[in-house]
Design a protein. Structure first.
Length: 334
């Protein structure tokens, strides 16, 4: 476990500034998730924490010690990547033991840790197989197991589930959550562009945009109280509806935001429009209603909704769930 502090950290590649001054504290035992659009610097930030990349200016502290110039192998971190990077000619056991063997650890201790990790991840029956004899999900579990064996202070995950199919992603996500719980709450930092992973795994989420930190908070804080139009639109699926123009203008606001589940169908509602598209997700139903704004408003209902395309409907946004944003894209607090 380690507390990690970034003090005004920047990273430039030549003239290109990729990380533009980040202040962030990740508490001991915390599960922190970095999210943001492609190219915003999530992976770079993770690599700076790992030591695989050197920071350009600022300070990186692990448990109060400055680690700017400490090499990755001495930071007590373990990384798990999207590509599993297993040694193809080594059996699962040896893949998992490799780091400790290199460090010339005691054989009995290696064996104990490998078997322990394998048991934790339910891959103990696969220890004699080669990577090519495993499924994608099993390979990723071996990669995670290899990280556990090293007994790191900090786990770093870079989109570890993106090569897995939907069902395996869900299962492996649960395993990672369980792992965080079982490992006496070791500090974990996790990069993803997947909403659901971020919302379900994180103690706190850090939203990045163009090398800057936009907001840090619990999933519920970001969902309920986004501090900008950007965060409001980035967290949550389907995306928050944004309405500009005449309909939005009240109390100094220029944009109204309302989530799809916070709009009721109501004949007498203030927004009138036509259903132009519908999506049936089984458990949920989305109606896309053209109310004369730039994009159709999405309304979400659980269960089935039989509203044919072309139907005229009235919509009533729930007043307590409306987000009002000013011209600076920041919320107007009431
Ligand atoms: N070695 C490098 N030299 C120059 N630019 C780089 C280098 N590595 C990354 N970048 C740039 O830094 C920016 C951030 O890259 P990074 O991989 O951290 O983004 P990301 O948020 O992880 O994106 P994605 O979700 O697409 O993986 C990008 O614009 C990228 O082109």
């Amino acid at each position: 476990m380690a507390k990690i502090e970034l003090n005004n950290v920047t990273k430039s590649y030549g003239a290109v500034d990729v990380i533009k001054g980040i202040d962030l504290t990740i508490e001991k035992g915390e599960f922190m998730v970095f999210v943001g659009p492609s190219g915003c610097g999530k992976s770079t930030l993770l690599r700076l924490i790992s030591g695989l990349e050197e920071i350009t200016t600022g300070d990186m502290m692990f448990d109060g010690q400055r680690v700017n110039n400490v090499v990755p192998s001495e930071r007590g971190i373990a990384m798990v990547f999207q590509s599993y990077a297993l040694y193809p000619h080594m059996k699962v056991y040896d893949n998992m033991a490799f780091g400790m063997k290199l460090a010339k650890s005691d054989k009995g201790e290696i064996d104990r840790r490998v078997r322990n990790a394998a048991k934790m991840l339910q891959i103990d029956h696969l220890l004699d197989r080669l990577p090519r004899q495993l499924s994608g999900g099993q390979r990723q579990r071996v990669a995670i197991g290899r990280a556990i064996v090293r007994d790191p202070r900090v786990f770093l995950f870079d989109e570890p589930l993106s090569n897995l199919d939907a069902a395996l992603r869900v299962q492996t996500r649960l395993e990672i959550a369980k792992l965080h719980h079982d490992m006496n709450d070791v500090t974990m930092i996790y990069v993803t562009h997947d909403q659901v992973e971020a919302m379900t795994l994180a103690d706190r989420i850090a939203v990045l945009r163009d090398g800057k930190l936009m907001q840090v908070g619990t999933p519920a804080e970001l969902y309920d109280n986004p501090n900008s139009i950007f965060v409001a639109g980035f967290i949550g699926s389907p995306k928050m509806n944004f309405i500009t123009g005449e309909k939005a203008q009240a109390e100094g606001a220029t944009t109204l935001g309302i989530r799809a589940e916070h709009i009721d169908l109501d004949e007498g509602g203030p927004w009138q429009g036509e259903v132009v598209h519908a999506e049936d997700l089984g458990s949920d139903h989305y109606l896309f209603v053209d109310i004369g704004t730039d994009e159709p408003v999405i309304v979400r209902r659980s269960g089935k909704l039989n509203v044919p395309l072309g139907t005229r409907v009235g919509l009533r946004p729930r007043p307590q769930d409306l987000h009002r944003f000013g011209p600076d894209e920041k919320p107007i607090r009431r």
